[in-house]
Design a protein around this ligand. Sequence first.
Ligand SMILES: *Cc1c(COP(=O)(O)O)cnc(C)c1O
Length: 466
Amino acid sequence: MLQPSNLCIMELPFAESYKIKMVEPIRKSSREERETWIRDAGYNLFRLKSDQVFIDLLTDSGTGAMSDKQWSEMMLGDESYAGASSYYKMKNAISEVLGFDHFLPTHQGRAAENVLFSVLIKEGDIIPGNTHFDTTKGHIEFRKAVPVDCTIDEAFDTTLSHPFKGNLDPLKLENILKSHSDKIPFIIVTVTCNSSGGQPVSIENLKMVRQLADKYGKIVIFDSARFAENAYFIKLREDGFKDKSIRYIVREMFSCADVMTMSAKKDAIVNMGGFIAMRSKELHAKASMFNIMFEGYITYGGMSGRDMNALAQGLYEGTEFEYLETRIRQVGYLGQRLMDFGIPVQQPIGGHAVFVDAKRFLPNLAKEEFQAQTLAVELYLEAGIRGVEIGALLADRDPVSRENRYPVLELMRLAIPRRVYTYNHMDVVAVALKNIYDRRDTIRKGLKIVDEAPIMRHFTVALDLA
Ligand SMILES: *Cc1c(COP(=O)(O)O)cnc(C)c1O
């Protein structure tokens, strides 16, 4: 028998906190097929059919796999028009997990924005925050108001490592509050900050925002799609939270907010759904009118009972540490593989996605030729993988001058759906991108716009080879 001193005890590797009960086949295609399909789609990945895609990293929104418990909850849905038990299940979950007493269901996150902003925003208003999400920005600009980005400068340098790149800069925020206080109805904080790379905001920073809001008498709204992923990063990175539970940190975060909008398609792990939650009964009453007009009666707001049940269950599952660890480590694994290949990515790796820096990946291309979109098309052609552009197409034109806006960062986002793909899928993505990286000098032409919509053009834009 071996003596203990001869044993080499290996640390057990990390493994997912769930096993798979149901599968959905996916299909590979040939490069020739993909060349035809992407041309027919106007070089816009949104316009592809899903069965033309092998690994779909277009978004983590509504693409997650529900658990057995969530599916069971679907069967218990109460489809009563008014006062359904499913509404009360959702109300309890929101109260327990997030700490808000009042809420309105909506069919998704942007619907929550539409309802809430109908109450709070008027023409000429200014809305400071960290980088506003595209639908949030759309709903602000549609009302002829102006979003002002107060994110810290560090967020715009992809090479710089900073634990909380979603943070707001106190000086930028106070300057705008000081100079335009009468035009500012609220401050909006996106947790995690999607547009700057799924980057978290610290509790310290949220408290700073709260203090400034109180000083100037402003409401604080959290755009909360990935609040649980934000809490996970706080636990890992912020002093004083290592031993706190995710639920505790979530409550601590939301103690700094008056109102939250939620796209439940992210951290509540459902395929459709959203809500607005608030402390003020008065705001609830005002928003109810718009909810009834745009979404549905206040106890269902565009959701069926079964969907409200699944959402309630998802709020509990989405705030479990083991689940979050599984999820965020998988995203981190893909990011690490890309970094090992020398591929330029936004660092540190965010919660829901890896963001490839297309300006540094394709330095030979001019920004007018849409570097990030070109890279996304290349990746699709290489292996049938669908990422998404977060760059000049998404940034759209200036609403007044109609000139193209070129953001500081041209990113290609690879968003990882929750509980859907395996580590092998991540390996395919990493190797496909490495192959493109190795021949990057041969990519000398980008894309040009052929046809575009007047607002949020990226969804439908048609492009051609430049
Ligand atoms: C997805 C998202 C939204 C919009 O939600 P939808 O459910 O897609 O309408 C708003 N804000 C953030 C930060 C998001 O990620």
